[in-house]
Ligand binder design. Structure first.
Ligand code: FAD
Ligand code: FES
Length: 252
């Protein structure tokens, strides 16, 4: 884990409220695994005090990419960064996806900005794996396909692709998908992950989910990100034990 003062190389608005930022962070870039995140200090003064967690979206050489939308003050400040300015990154943090063995088809299921960790995962999957990317959003402008392969979209308002949720789209596609040995990799809002978890547990599907919650330290010190395991008394920490968990192992 490094603290790295990272120069902004570029920042690109890719949709109404969605940005892709590229920063120079050679130490962190040398260690990243798909599904890990950085805790980012968004300004050079003391406001906002806490770092903000973001999935590492992609790595190109010494550069990291983050995909984000504007939620509140922290993300608004990042969106105003100019090339040549700095962000302070702490990372790489957390455990990433287990993506190497035991399946033939990777099924990515993402809701909204839950797509963020998947360009890097897609890039790292071995060439003999098939990839299907199922993306859900409120409408067409919330569907971000950057760095993803073989995309099928689902929108709540029907403005693109399947009219319904991404979990309903998965249920529609499962007949084709399950002809191969598959593993689901998912990230998105908690209600979506809950629906997916229920479906996968009921059907005994192999599924890893990346969970979001509010965080402070990002590396297991403050105990501010607890999540209950299905088995065991003691809570787990999303930042240190996750953010990726087997869908069968945690209570959402
Ligand atoms: C491991 C992890 C990876 C993440 N990766 C990304 C990413 O790649 N791209 C991205 O855009 N966002 C990501 N997030 C969410 C991101 O951290 C928050 O959007 C960000 O901290 C908001 O900061 P802010 O100062 O703009 O908003 P704040 O002022 O902190 O919050 C504004 C509003 O957003 C809500 N909010 C804040 N944090 C979260 C959260 N984690 N989940 C749900 N609601 C929240 C608050 O309750 C409040 O209503 C990730 C979160 C985690 C835990
Ligand atoms: S954010 Fe501090 S322990 Fe997880």
């Amino acid at each position: 884990m490094y603290v790295e003062k990272s120069k902004v190389e570029s920042i690109q608005k890719i949709s109404e409220n969605i940005f892709l930022i590229k920063v120079l962070a050679p130490s962190i870039a040398s260690l990243v695994k798909p599904g890990q995140f950085c805790n980012i200090k968004v300004s050079e003064n003391s406001f906002p005090l806490l770092r903000r967690p973001f999935s590492i979206c992609d790595v190109e050489g010494d550069y990291l990419f983050f995909l984000f939308d504007i939620h509140g003050e922290g993300t608004k400040l990042i969106s105003k960064k100019k090339p040549g300015e700095f962000l302070e990154l702490l990372g790489p943090l957390g455990k990433g996806f287990n993506y190497n063995d035991g399946y033939d088809t990777a099924v990515i299921v993402a809701g909204g900005l839950g797509v963020a960790p998947f360009p890097l995962l897609s890039k790292n999957l071995s060439a003999n794996k098939k990839v299907i990317s199922l993306l859900g959003g409120r409408s067409k402008k919330n569907i971000v396909t950057y760095g993803l392969k073989n995309v099928l979209a689902a929108t709540d308002d029907g403005s693109e692709g399947f009219h319904g949720t991404v979990v309903e789209l998965l249920k529609r596609e499962i007949k084709n998908i399950s002809k191969d040995n598959f593993r689901i990799f998912a990230c998105g809002p908690t209600p979506m992950l809950k629906a997916l978890q229920k479906y996968c547990v009921e059907n005994n599907y192999d599924c890893q989910i990346s969970v979001e919650c509010a965080m402070a330290c990002g590396f297991g010190i403050c105990q501010g990100c607890p999540i209950d395991p299905v088995n065991g008394d003691s809570y787990l920490l999303v930042c240190k034990d996750g953010p990726v968990f087997d869908a069968k192992s945690i209570k959402l």
